[in-house]
Design a protein around this ligand. Sequence first.
Ligand code: FES
Length: 87
Amino acid sequence: MIVCVCRRVSDRDIARHVRAGMNFDDIQFELGVATQCGQCEGCARDVVAQCASGHAVATLHNENAVIQLAPSIRESKAWPTLSSSAA
Ligand code: FES
């Protein structure tokens, strides 16, 4: 899932950097996430927190790349879903 549209940063990009020992500020500097419009910051921080706590954020099931997001990410109000933004 793309977390930051402006910088094209995915949850997997963020997770990889957390596993490498980086915190949100490090990742923001490295990837540029949440450095333009800022709409993604809450979601990006949620992804970092989930990864840092050891909970899986996304699971790659097979070559079809079906991604399951952790419930706390799916239900995050930091990033509006299509259904909530269409109203
Ligand atoms: S969506 Fe991340 S800075 Fe705009």
